[in-house]
Design a protein around this ligand. Structure first.
Ligand SMILES: [Fe+2]
Length: 193
């Protein structure tokens, strides 16, 4: 197969990538179990807000190729927990990823299977490098959309199930207007190897 150079335009205001081959819209109803306050989830399911969108320009699945994409996480909370992505390990565990934040304010949760965790800031101009083996979740802690560009190996794949069952050991919550990192009471590291 012949691979040709291509260009893409990411609208900086909206985060939309033109001619994306895949657009993912995640609403609260797509991920109700990911939030810790289940009463708040039930209360907000009727409105069912869009939490985030991801635009992907996919290459054929190959270890020598990269996908490019952008994500836009809306501002808001479910209870006191900020809107966030599901978070995932890569199926190909060693596959890394790079984020470049264009606008907004966020946190990047990184967690290994061993439970080791790091929390990084996301702000315009910040480049986050995610090594292989680290699950990654992004959280919008600001009042406008968090928009970032991402690049990852085309054969990385996504493993959402491990995080759905295990959770991250920390939550990012709005504490009277200030983002705060707290322990996740539902964290269950023993469930998934
Ligand atoms: Fe990823």
């Amino acid at each position: 197969m012949k691979h040709l150079p291509f260009d893409a335009l990411m609208e900086l205001e909206s985060g939309v990538i033109d001619e994306a081959s895949q657009v993912i819209n995640r609403r609260l109803s797509d991920m109700p179990s990911f939030f810790h306050d289940q009463d708040a989830v039930q209360a907000q399911l009727e409105e069912d807000p869009v939490l985030y969108r991801t635009y992907v320009k996919q290459n054929p699945i190959s270890s020598s190729l990269w996908n490019i994409g952008s994500s836009v996480i809306e501002p808001g909370t479910v209870g006191n927990e900020y809107f966030m992505t599901k978070g995932h390990f890569h199926l190909k565990e060693e596959a890394p990823e790079v984020y470049f934040t264009v606008s907004g304010s966020g946190r990047l949760l990184l967690q290994k299977h061993s439970g080791e965790i790091e929390v990084k800031k996301m702000a315009p101009g910040v480049i986050n490098y995610i090594p292989g083996g680290w699950a990654h979740r992004t959280v919008n802690v600001g009042e406008k959309p968090l928009i970032f560009f991402a690049v990852w190996p085309a054969d990385a794949g996504h493993n959402y199930g491990a995080i759905e069952e295990m959770g991250f050991s920390r939550l990012v919550v709005n504490d009277r207007g200030v983002p705060k990192i707290i322990d996740n009471p539902r964290y269950a590291p023993g469930l998934v190897k």
